[in-house]
Design a protein around this ligand. Structure first.
Ligand code: GLU
Length: 452
């Protein structure tokens, strides 16, 4: 990871030193902490009490971290053991809230970076949700439905005691979609003997889930791009868009980009990317990735206008807008320079921390509009909060109403980040704006609630 060349105020540097000493083997967590602490100096100047009250020292230490064994039996009768995590970072604004990620790369550093980001992202939505993240190094790919079910049941056999609609409310993330959420929710219901709808979000719409939750992260990222372009008197209409990934976020970013008059031309997975000059055919993409659970080259095999580029990322394709929607650190400085060289106007993070610090710097230096994930992908968790509201009041809102609410929330998130950047003397810098606005809300609440 890279560190900032800028000198930090002494109290911030001292907190960073402690975080490094305490978490030496957690590069992703350290990267996420750096990014926030480097941005919030102007807030600390305005509110020196935040420093005196030890807000920073407390914020960088999760309220609770749970690491547990997940034993299960595979289809051949062999015992498998995975590691489960839930990092409950902050409950100052509401119950712990954040997704579960099942992927072979998952470790404590990844879960802590995601949980830390979630605190500020959730604050920025303006809703009453705290921050958390969890998951496992279990990889559902190539596993049968029965194996996924047994894994999910074993995972919940431990985690259930730490969850609840007023305590901690998980949702999906990479590797955790409708199937996994169904098995996890079912096991919670079985163990607790409670049909507690609001203890999980992203549920099927037939059994307590909210309309638009599935689409929300991808839709929200595109709404955010539209907001950023709107400030410049521009819009997505007629733009070429590069999207990475082919999971839930990517699919619905592609869908909404089409609806806004743009042409999404790429999608990817860990094997490479496809570029389709006629625009990505959503039906074919979903058939390949969601129904067949296949690889992205199968898309190119079915579309004469598309080609598969093995082992590369889509950032070399000339586009006006890029929406990285795969995973952390998937867009580095060389990628950013390639995008800039091709005249990119806006980049918005559909995934969490997909852009490396060097790449963010390169994009901002070149005057590219950059929407950080805490703002640009906040639509997913914001719609989770709408799901919690519906569950609590036993209501069901229509797709149209829910999408209108999401759009309004993304407008609010954009405005909060935009005005905060202006207020703190960094107009147009959505990284500073999002971090300062999220941090301010969390810090005020921590101050009000005392040293706990
Ligand atoms: N995993 C999503 C995120 O990164 C959603 C979390 C949620 O809905 O709780 O924000």
């Amino acid at each position: 990871m890279t560190t900032s060349p800028r000198a930090l105020p002494a109290p911030v540097q001292s907190v960073l030193d402690t975080v490094h000493a305490r978490n030496p083997h957690e590069p992703e967590f350290l990267q996420a902490v750096h990014e926030v602490l480097e941005s919030i100096a102007p807030v600390l100047e305005t509110h020196p009490r935040f420093v005196e009250d030890g807000i920073l020292e407390r914020l960088v230490e999760p309220e609770r971290q749970i690491v547990f064994r997940v034993p299960w039996v595979d289809d051949t009768g062999r015992l498998q053991v995975n590691r489960g995590f839930r990092v409950q970072f902050s409950s100052v604004l509401g119950p712990y809230k954040g997704g579960l990620r099942f992927h072979s790369s998952v470790n404590l550093s990844i879960i802590k970076f995601l949980g830390f980001e979630q605190v500020f992202k959730n604050a920025l939505t303006g809703q009453g949700i705290g921050g958390a993240k969890g998951g496992s190094d279990f990889d559902p790919h190539g596993r049968s439905d029965a194996e996924v079910m047994r894994f999910c049941q074993s995972f919940m056999n431990e985690l259930y005691r730490h969850l609840g609609e007023h305590t901690d409310v998980p949702a999906g993330d990479i590797g955790v979609g409708a199937r996994e959420i169904g098995y996890l929710f079912g096991q919670y219901r079985k163990i607790t003997n409670r049909h507690e709808s609001g203890m999980f979000t992203g549920k099927g719409v037939q059994w307590g889930g909210a309309e638009v939750r599935t689409e929300a992260t991808g839709y929200g990222a595109v709404f955010f791009v539209q907001e950023m372009l709107g400030v410049q008197g521009d819009s997505l209409d007629g733009k070429r868009v590069a999207v990475s990934g082919s999971g839930n976020v990517a699919v619905y970013a592609i869908a909404k980009a089409w609806q806004m008059g743009a042409t999404p031309v790429t999608a990817s997975d860990s094997s490479g990317y496809v570029v389709d000059d006629a625009g990505i055919d959503l039906e074919v993409l979903r058939q390949v990735k969601e129904v067949e659970r296949g690889r992205i080259h199968d898309y190119a095999a079915r579309r004469p206008s598309a080609r598969f580029v093995e082992g590369a990322r889509p950032w070399e394709v000339p586009v006006d807008v890029a929406i990285p929607s795969a995973t952390q650190n998937e867009l580095d400085q060389a990628d950013a320079l390639a995008l800039v060289g091709n005249g990119v106007r806006a980049v918005a993070e559909g995934a969490n921390m997909p852009t490396t610090p060097d790449a963010v710097h390169a994009l901002q230096q070149a005057g590219v509009l950059f929407g950080p994930g805490k703002a640009a992908n906040a639509g997913g968790v914001a719609t989770s909060a709408l799901e919690m509201s519906q569950n609590a009041s036993r209501q069901r809102w229509s797709f149209g109403d829910s999408e209108a609410k999401l759009r309004a929330i993304m407008g609010g998130v954009h405005d909060a980040a935009f005005t905060s950047a202006e207020r703190y003397g960094r107009p147009g810098d959505y990284v500073v704006g999002a971090n300062c606005a999220g941090f301010e809300r969390v810090a005020h609440a921590m101050q009000a609630q005392g040293v706990i």
